[in-house]
Each structure stands twice: as structure tokens, then as C-alpha cells.
Design a protein around this ligand. Structure first.
Ligand SMILES: [Fe+2]
Ligand SMILES: [Fe+2]
Length: 322
């Protein structure tokens, strides 16, 4: 059988030997030894200057236990959000591809590879939820069972798409989510000083580099073959998907700031700075750099109407090439 050309190879080709679910069963033993008292007085999180919430003057008076608690609460929130996103969002996109519902664009080999990604996400969800529970226990935190505004926003956006466009719309959600997640993990790794947390995130990151390449590869196959009407429809949907992925969880932030004793006026001051339009757009732009690069490579921004939609969302500058 002739060897496949390099550019036809799927990024998931080496999955059997390299994926964390195959090569790193130890991720299921995530353990934080020690009790709340041990954690409270050891600075095991990194508080960078770039962290708008932690470096806000209204939090300056907090001691190490409160600071550790705040950081741990945000880490747990990030991990819980990731667990839900893996199986409620990314794996819906993986199902669409795995069932070869996009067969007009993708080969059966690529559809089969979506099941590898589906398996990875199930494993990520498991070890991520496991780590979240360990951190909650170490810091004496209650589980937060409230509804996720981000998941609800993404699902509502998909429910609004016409039925005949829904499979492709879910693919676009998978593409956006999987080309942004590596940056999100790297950002959290920068703030976490605990080696167990670092190892768990690094194993996830290594898989997600492969997933990002897989979804980028699929996008480059699909986009040029969409007709003009479909390019317009999905091109306008993409910035809305990026925004939906960044739905701000106000309830959570109110709760954690209240927990460390900030009164309503102080909470409002902090959140006005952290959740205002400027910082919100800056966060989105920093997360979706990889996504925008793929779109640029595929010529998406050559279409004036689509480019305008990205500029309108604050994701592109009006006066820069891209
Ligand atoms: Fe994942
Ligand atoms: Fe992934």
C-alpha cells in the first residue's frame, strides 16, 4: 500500500502510542495529600501582576489563606467548566464528525479519528473532575451544582440554527473550542504552582495540541468547499460562537468575592474592572489567536462582510491586515 503524503496524515495518527488515555493511566490517581490547614499557609499558587482580579486593590488586605482560597475556587471553576465543555460541547461536535454527517467534506478516515478525540475528551473529563474534587476537599469547598451559563449560551445558540445547518454549526463550535483550549490551559498553568496540578494540565495540553491541529485540518478542508451562502452564514456565526465560549459567570464571581468578605460596593468595584467590556474583549482576543490564524489562512477575512463582523465583535482591528 502506498504511503500517505505527509499533508494527508491525520494529526491523530499516532494516537495509540501518545494519547494520555493510552499512555498515562496515572492521571486517575490525582491526589493532594494534606489538609486544609497545610494548604492555607503555603503559597502554592502564583499570583501574577497580570491577574486583574487577584491584583485588584480591593483585595490587597487579604491574607494568604483567603488568597489561596480564592485562587483554588477559580481553579475548581475552571476545571468544572472544562469537564462540562468536554462532554456536553466538544463531544457533540465529535459525534457529528464520527457519524460522518459531514461526508460531503470529510473522508471516512477522518470521521473514524473523531472517535479517538471523543475518547480523549471522556478521559479528560474524568481526570479533570477527579482533580477538581480533590482540590475542593483540600480547601473545604462545597460542590457548585448551579447551571453553567456558558454551556446554556452555547446550546441556545445551536438550538437557534436551522436544522439543515445544525451539524455544520456544531462542527464550527468544535473548531472554535478546540483551537482556543490550549491557550486557556497554558494561562492556568502559569498561575498554578502545585506540581500535581501542573502535571495533570500538561497531559491535557499535550492532547489538545493534537486536537487543535485536527480541527484546524478539518476546517481547511471544509471552508473552501462551502458555497457562498454557507460561508456567509457560518462566517457570521463564528464570532458569536467565540463570544458564547466567553460567557461571563457573574454569579460565581459574586459568590467568591462575598466569601472572602468583600461587601457589595467592593465587589462591584472589582467586577467593574475585571468584567468590563475592555478586559472582556482582551481576554477573548488572547484566547482565540490560534483560531483567527486558521481563519486568516483560509481567506475568511478576505470577505468584507465577515471581516466587518469580527471587527464589530472587537476580535479584529479595523485598520490592521488581520
Ligand atoms: Fe480535552
Ligand atoms: Fe480536545
Amino acid at each position: 500500500m502506498p504511503k500517505k503524503k505527509v499533508d494527508e496524515r491525520s494529526p491523530l495518527e499516532g494516537w495509540i502510542d501518545t494519547s494520555s488515555v493510552r499512555a498515562k493511566p496515572s492521571l486517575t490517581d490525582f491526589d493532594l495529600s494534606g489538609g486544609t490547614g497545610d494548604f492555607n499557609n503555603v503559597r502554592w499558587f502564583v499570583f501574577g501582576e497580570g491577574d486583574e482580579l487577584m491584583s485588584h486593590p480591593a483585595l490587597r488586605h487579604l491574607g494568604m489563606p483567603e488568597r489561596n482560597w480564592l485562587f483554588a475556587a477559580r481553579l475548581v471553576h475552571f476545571l468544572d467548566d472544562m469537564t462540562l465543555t468536554e462532554h456536553r460541547i466538544v463531544n457533540v461536535a465529535a459525534q457529528v464528525i464520527a457519524e460522518n454527517r459531514l461526508r460531503a467534506f470529510l473522508s471516512e478516515d477522518l470521521a473514524l479519528d473523531a472517535l479517538k478525540l471523543y475518547t480523549d475528551e471522556g478521559y479528560h473529563a474524568y481526570f479533570t473532575a477527579h482533580a477538581s474534587r480533590a482540590i475542593r476537599n483540600a480547601f473545604g469547598m462545597e460542590a457548585d451544582d448551579g447551571p453553567s451559563t456558558k454551556i446554556a449560551t452555547l446550546e441556545a445558540l445551536m438550538a437557534d440554527t436551522p436544522a439543515e445547518r445544525r451539524d455544520m454549526a456544531w462542527f464550527m463550535v468544535g473548531f472554535v473550542g478546540e483551537t482556543m483550549i490550549t491557550k486557556a490551559i497554558v494561562d492556568v498553568m502559569r498561575g498554578a504552582a502545585h506540581s500535581g496540578v501542573q502535571n495533570m494540565l500538561l497531559a491535557h495540553l499535550e492532547d489538545e495540541w493534537v486536537h487543535a491541529r485536527y480541527f484546524s485540518h478539518l476546517f481547511t478542508l471544509i471552508w473552501p468547499r462551502l458555497d457562498a451562502g454557507s460561508q456567509t452564514y457560518f462566517g457570521l456565526l463564528l464570532p458569536r460562537i467565540i463570544e458564547a465560549f466567553h460567557t461571563w459567570d457573574g454569579r460565581f464571581h459574586e459568590r467568591i468575592l462575598g466569601h472572602v468578605g468583600l461587601d457589595a460596593a467592593a465587589r462591584e468595584r472589582v467586577l467593574a474592572k475585571v468584567a468590563g467590556e475592555g478586559p472582556h474583549i482582551a481576554r477573548m482576543r488572547s484566547r482565540c489567536g490560534n483560531t483567527l490564524q486558521v481563519l486568516e489562512r483560509c481567506g475568511v477575512f478576505g470577505n468584507a462582510a465577515l471581516r466587518a463582523a469580527f471587527v464589530q465583535s472587537g476580535l479584529l482591528d479595523r485598520d490592521r491586515a488581520y
